[in-house]
Design a protein around this ligand. Sequence first.
Ligand code: ASP
Length: 324
Amino acid sequence: MKQFAIAIHGGAGTILRSTMSPENEMNYKKGLEEAILAGDAILSSGGTALDAVEAAVKKLEDNPLFNAGRGAVFTNEGKNEMDSSIMNGQNLMAGAVTGINNIKNPISLARAVMEKSEHVFLSGSGAIEFAKKMKLEFAPDEYFFVQERYDQLLQAKESDHMVLDHSILRSTNTALGDAENKTPTSKKGTVGAVALDIHGNIAAATSTGGMTNKKFGRVGDSPVIGAGTYANNNTCAVSCTGHGEFFIRAVAAYDISCLMEYKGLSLNKACDEVVHQKLVKLGGEGGLIAIDAEGNIEMPFNSEGMYRASRKSGGEVYIGIYND
Ligand code: ASP
């Protein structure tokens, strides 16, 4: 049987074993396992990588523990504005949405943009109008209200900073390792999936509520094709998580693909170059998951932790949280 594989993430940031309760740890692991199994079930029955990444991300969007869909963080105005994107490595088709609200599964809207519109990237009210036309499922504001998320906003407003889901935001000019600017209070994150199917195709998907206390219609890397998400059968499929401004400036996901395509680097070397060299030099905290058409999986991060899981061809499920 041809091989298949899938990897997912639930966000990167200041995730420390020392501040995690056993109960929380168990819940995160359960959420990750449910999502990876949802994607894996599709792949093992011969389904497509595209269906697998959408299914895995939908599970994570439905779980209030993660910063996407139901658990999306709050903007400065107390709203949930979500972003998502999806890309098919077989034909380089892509779809993305930004600044949307009340859509239960933003990743399905991104997919509809890719498959049922002549566009790639829709925003705000136009994207919502398109979602209505596509008869996607809507949910009321209450569905997206998670008390802990709201408390996070109140906390962030005190400092007047925009907060990465797991960490207090650093100034964009400070380097990594400035412990004073970090707090381990918040441990939820953007979600993503990458997969290889038995037909040899790869795909990537990312979904997020962005950063707590974001203002002025701020858009991060998650819905930006090439920054937060990218897929090309010839190289790799990538989904990023972290401080989006840096990932946009690094064109992180596409850069990994370019290092493979033009410089002949392996997936491992390309990921290392971007996550542990380029982003660190810029001061960009975060990580990513990546897969190539041979089923190699990389899940590097330069933050304290990253919720992540993987499974190859029905083998053991790997679940990781901390940096060990
Ligand atoms: N990358 C996301 C953003 O900047 C945040 C995250 O990954 O937690 O919007």
